[in-house]
Design a protein around this ligand. Sequence first.
Ligand code: NIG
Ligand code: FE
Length: 426
Amino acid sequence: MNILIKNITNLVTCSGGYPKTKDLLKEAGVIEKGYVFIKEDIIEAVGSCDEYKKYLKEADVVIDGKGKTVTPGLIDSHTHLVYAGSREKELPLKLQNMKYIDILNAGGGILSTVRNTRAASLVELKRESKKRLDLMLLHGTTTAESKSGYGLNFKDEIKILETNKSLNKIHPIDIISTYLGAHAIPEEFKDNRDGYISLMIDEIIPYIKRNNLAEFADCFCEEGVFTVEESRRILSSAKDLGLKIKLHVDEVESIGGAELAGELKATSAEHLVAASDEGIKALAENGVVAVLLPTTSFYLMLGKFARARKMIEEGVAVALATDCNPGTSPTESLQTTMTFACFGLKMLPAEIINAMTINAACAIGREKEIGSIEVGKKADIAIFNANNLDYLIYHFGVNAIDTVIKNGILVVQNGKLVYEHSRIYR
Ligand code: NIG
Ligand code: FE
């Protein structure tokens, strides 16, 4: 099927090279009165004004873009999509100022989600996670990274990664799989940290690599969770086996996580709220993408946000993601992330959209295929009910999505899911 989107009031292409750093991050490649012609699953032409007319004959569907802002499909480059249960019962503890790490160390937090996730079957996990994927799609996300980390043993970590694989087959959203066994020390290894680390290094990571169950390995390097030395050991072994590297670092305290991300030449370092000046330099010097998660800072009531402006100034490639998870960021909506990126991180609308499209593609190693509206790229496109990009970010707390196109297929129309009626994906 071929789709023509014509008369687009604000076409935000996010084209112009990658990763976008410094002043380039402010360039969103906006075309007024633009058009996009999609042939099958690929973007065939992009331009402005009446030039679209030459594609009318070939188009099976013509969409009028008047009053719309059209962007690349949003890319959520950091999520904990697959889990069971929820954690609303922690709200009073949070409001009594009980610290996140203290809730975790008392057997709550991540460990409570681990208990629920271990008890759930693959079918149940798939059903629950598919609902979240549907919500993501309804809010404009067309690709999502998905981390394991609520199994914390061989069987249940593999169950989560198999859930990713299985969801990728049935859902329009493309899933990039990450192994985050180093998310917490499981209760049964409380007095034997090294035993758990050896289990990951000697058994779980080699199995994942052999069975191609994850593209990335991640580690929660934080005071009270995994030390810098432990994180280095775990991630170096994953890297030696050919996995790419991500790190949760400096979410609450800085223990040198960003510096480690630079040293390991990780693809991305994520959170970075407490990242030091040296850590930020290490990211810039080593081309590590900083994935910032402002909804998490808000939800943890940290009273501060990552130093996005400093990172941008220093030449770090900044991406934005939801961190969708049951503890610190229970949301599927990158539009919510837009709000907190603007008012928390002080990022401009053009910077925000680049950070959740082309720079997010860099954070998952997909920059050649997705993340911008350019000829030859995959036809992943979000159409918003907004006259311009500034309005999209200014009018907050509502879902502005009108239409979503994934791989050249209409999957959301008039703000409603339609993909079940179109076709099976892979
Ligand atoms: O990114 N920091 C570690 N992991 C998640 C939270 C997971 C949870 O609390 O369940 C995060 O904030
Ligand atoms: Fe996270």
